[in-house]
Structure formats: structure tokens, C-alpha cells
Design a protein around this ligand. Structure first.
Ligand code: HEC
Length: 254
């Protein structure tokens, strides 16, 4: 028994260590997401289409599905549509893949399912953890995705953060500068930090929805399922009382 407990303990610990090490130089920031907040998801969709769909595709999602899932009015739905696209179209990128490859050295990945691969916390941390690094092609690097080839698309809104390095002694006696955190931007962004934070949260919420749209429906069934279970319990209880009514209690022998 003891062995089993130790085994489980090591496994659980091992798994959590793997997760902990996934974050890179800084710990992941936690983001809580409310998929019931359709207005937030709509704002996230707007940001996604304006800021991300230029380079990235979301080819397993259609504009029309977003419109119906988020109960958008036709004016709202049309405001999401890039020119020349229809509601039935997939969210394709406007950038030809070979052009993207020549500029970025890699084709920006499709983002439809990214939230299921990376998780909301990682996405939130990634999008808010670009920092100035003049050695890189776009002048920025990312604390959870070292050497990333994506430019900091929010640099104007957030400002460009500064890295904090610490010197770490290596076993061979030499030392190495290691990233340990990020400092507020030297030049502030043109969006107040709280507003920027909401923008990124809404965007991440939208990506979580996009990764698993059926979640919205599942959540809306929830209350009905619970109500049914409750009703069923009451009915069964009444039935039990009825069954036992005619059964005499056995007389205890004296
Ligand atoms: C100018 C083009 C461009 C824009 C705009 C852009 N990206 Fe990217 N993005 C890239 C490239 C290129 C990569 C690949 C980076 C690499 O592999 O080094 C990438 C990678 C990513 C990744 C990492 C995927 C992974 O796990 O490997 C995520 C997440 C991401 N982008 C999200 C976004 C979001 C969200 C937006 C909108 C706010 C956005 N990107 C806007 C070019 C862009």
C-alpha cells in the first residue's frame, strides 16, 4: 500500500514539475475566463480578426459560426467580416503562406486549436511577455517562447518591456546572463495597462472558445441537466415512499 502511495506521489509531483518547467524564464500568469460573457468573446473576436488574422489562419472556424454562437446581430457579424468574405467562409489569413515564410522564416501556425494545445494561461503570458532584444530580427524576444519569430503586435499598445537579467554561475566556472523577469516599458504604451489587460483577456477567451466551440452549448445545457437530475431524485424518492407504504415492518421476535 505504502509503495502505491509513494508511486502516485512521485508521479503527481513529476507531472507538476513538467508543467512548471514549461513556462520558460518566468512563471505563467493565471487568467480566468468566463465563456458566458458573450460581449467579451465578441471583443476578443474583433481583436483576433484585426490583429492576428493578418498573419495567422483559423481555418477550422467560420465567421458565421462565431456570429451564431455569440448571438451577434447582423450588423455586429458584418463588422467582423473582412471585405470580400462571406459569413460562410473560414477565417483564412490574408497573407500568402510562401510570402510569410520568406518574411518570418516560418509560416505562422493556424490558431483555431491553439488554446487546447497551449492553454489559456500560456497564451495570456505569451501575449504579454514580449521584451526588447535588439539582437533579434524584430527587436523583441519572448519570455515564454525564447527566440520567437513573431513581432510584438501589441508593442504600440503595451509599450516594449525591458528584460531583467541575473548572472548565473555555470558548473565550468563561467557565468551566464539569464532572464529572470520583465520590467515595465521605458516608453509607455498608448493604452492604459488595465485596458490593455482586458483586451488580452478577451482575446484569450475568444481563442479558448474557438478551440472548443461546443463548450458554449455544453455549458448552456448544464442547468437543464441539473434540474432534470433534481426532479428525477424527487420522483424516485416519492416512488420509494409509495413502494414501502404497503410493506409491513417485520415484527421483532420478543
Ligand atoms: C506579423 C505577423 C503576425 C501577427 C500579426 C501575429 N502573429 Fe502570431 N506568430 C507569427 C509567427 C511568424 C509565428 C511563429 C513564431 C515561431 O515559430 O518562431 C507566430 C506564433 C504565434 C503563436 C505561437 C504558436 C505556437 O504555439 O507555436 C501564438 C500563440 C500566436 N502567434 C498568437 C498570435 C496572436 C493571438 C496574434 C494577434 C494578437 C498574433 N499571433 C499575431 C506571426 C504573427
Amino acid at each position: 500500500m505504502m509503495k502505491v502511495i509513494v508511486f502516485l506521489f512521485i508521479n503527481v509531483l513529476g507531472i507538476s514539475l513538467v508543467f512548471a518547467s514549461e513556462g520558460g524564464a518566468i512563471p505563467l500568469k493565471h487568467v480566468s475566463i468566463n465563456l458566458d460573457d458573450k460581449a467579451a468573446l465578441y471583443r476578443g473576436a474583433q481583436t483576433f480578426i484585426a490583429q492576428c488574422a493578418t498573419c495567422h489562419t483559423a481555418q477550422y472556424m467560420r465567421y458565421g459560426r462565431v456570429a451564431s454562437d455569440l448571438h451577434l446581430s447582423s450588423a455586429q457579424a458584418n463588422s467582423l467580416l473582412p471585405p470580400h468574405l462571406k459569413l460562410g467562409d473560414e477565417m483564412v489569413s490574408f497573407m500568402p503562406a510562401d510570402y510569410a515564410k520568406s518574411v518570418f522564416g516560418t509560416v505562422p501556425p493556424d490558431l483555431t486549436l491553439i488554446a487546447r494545445v497551449r492553454g489559456a494561461d500560456w497564451l495570456y503570458t505569451y501575449l504579454t511577455s514580449f521584451y526588447a532584444d535588439p539582437t533579434k530580427r524584430w527587436g523583441v524576444n519572448n519570455a515564454v517562447f525564447p527566440g520567437v519569430n513573431m513581432p510584438d503586435v501589441f508593442a504600440a499598445l503595451q509599450g516594449v518591456q525591458e528584460p531583467v537579467y541575473q548572472s548565473v554561475k555555470l558548473p565550468d566556472g563561467s557565468s551566464e546572463q539569464r532572464l529572470v523577469g520583465l520590467k515595465a516599458p521605458l516608453i509607455a504604451g498608448n493604452m492604459p495597462p488595465a485596458e490593455f489587460d482586458t483586451l488580452v483577456r478577451d482575446l484569450v477567451a475568444y481563442m479558448v472558445y474557438m478551440g472548443e466551440p461546443a463548450k458554449l452549448q455544453r455549458m448552456s445545457y448544464g442547468p437543464y441537466v441539473l434540474a432534470f437530475i433534481l426532479l428525477f431524485t424527487v420522483l424516485m424518492f416519492l416512488l420509494k415512499i409509495d413502494y414501502w407504504r404497503d410493506i409491513k415492518k417485520p415484527v421483532k421476535p420478543e
